[in-house]
Design a protein around this ligand. Structure first.
Ligand code: UDP
Ligand code: MG
Length: 310
């Protein structure tokens, strides 16, 4: 059994040596305990502009367990991770994905492997607390997770991209042909037996976050729009609501007219305003339904995955 630890890196020269040291120790213990026959580390250099790739090359030369993949251009965390997972799906029996910055506890990998050996195909690493994150990051993250959950029930709360996937789950994942990736949602939607490992998240070991607020926001929007057609459906609901208001406005307007409280022309204006608004929104919503269908169709996702056959 071969385990591959996939680590996307973007300008991570400050942490790389320590990351290699800690992951090698985990890999060494796993093989020593006989849990896996082979454990390797695969760095995916996401078009870094610092010395990250040189460090990966050095590490690969020094340790046979370490490998590297250099992407020609910065394509973002999710795409870089995908590149590594594609390699893992072809070459390993399981893959653990972890960030390079050591915020996720590498010790949790042992429990992940245990769950995998007990039959789980996907093991989610879930942050127990967010003590070390800033208040700002904590609140925005909380808002994001609850919004995501409302949009799509499959989301795992407080789980980022620290997880283990079996070969079967990896192959299912890489058969998704879509380009817009929101891995934590996609993985949660696969099905297959899952397990959860809790860990404390620490501070970044060194270097700076590669996710400033702008990137975080666009990641959140990406997450919703590349995963859910609910926002489109909400337009129809809004349209129906406006139609309902227009109906109330009609009753109110007509009553006011007969009671003589209405200024000439007000009733017709009031009623048509709400009615046209509602009709337009509803029309947008109907178009949205079709757009949603097209959206699902162009993704060409596999229809199902077989878990077992007897
Ligand atoms: N990363 C990447 N490409 C990017 C941005 C980030 O591969 O364009 C990697 C980065 O090197 C790290 C992981 O994605 O291993 C998570 O980034 P970071 O720790 O900066 O995000 P945060 O934890 O602050 O949300
Ligand atoms: Mg980080």
């Amino acid at each position: 059994m071969k385990l591959l630890i996939v680590v996307p890196c973007y300008n991570e020269e400050a942490v790389l040596a320590e990351t290699t040291r800690r992951l090698l120790s985990v890999a060494g213990q796993l093989t020593a305990q006989g849990k896996v026959d082979e454990a390797g580390i695969l760095y995916v250099d996401d078009g870094s502009r610092d010395r990250t790739w040189q460090l990966v090359q050095q590490a690969a030369a020094a340790h046979k367990q370490v490998g590297g993949l250099k992407l020609a251009h910065n394509v973002g965390h999710q795409q870089a991770l995908w590149a590594g997972l594609e390699v893992a799906a072809a070459e390993a029996d399981a893959a653990v994905s972890i960030d390079a910055d050591l915020q996720d506890d590498v010790q949790a990998i042992f429990q992940m492997v245990d769950h995998w050996l007990e039959g789980a195909d996907i093991v989610f690493g879930v942050r127990r607390e967010r003590k070390t994150d800033t208040v700002f990051k904590r609140t925005t993250a909380l808002a994001f997770y609850s919004l995501m959950r409302r949009m799509n029930g499959d989301m795992v709360y407080n789980h980022a991209d620290f997880r283990l996937m079996s070969r079967r789950a990896l192959q299912a994942l890489v058969s998704f042909p879509e380009r817009n990736l929101f891995l934590r949602g996609m993985v949660a939607s696969l099905g297959f037996p899952t397990a959860t490992v809790y860990y404390d998240r620490s501070e970044r070991f060194a270097g700076e976050s590669k996710y400033p607020f702008g990137k975080m926001l666009s990641f959140a929007i990406d997450g919703i729009t590349s995963f859910s057609v609910r926002p489109l459906q909400y337009i129809s609901l809004l349209g129906l609501l406006f139609m309902f208001i227009s109906f109330c406005a009609i009753i109110y307007g007509v009553c006011a007219y007969f009671e003589g409280r209405a200024i000439a022309g007000w009733t017709s204006l009031l009623v048509s305003l709400w009615f046209i608004g509602g009709a337009l929104l509803l029309a947008c919503g109907i178009i949205g339904e079709y757009v949603g269908k097209i959206y699902k169709e162009v993704k060409r996702r596999p229809r199902y995955f077989v878990e077992q056959r007897v």
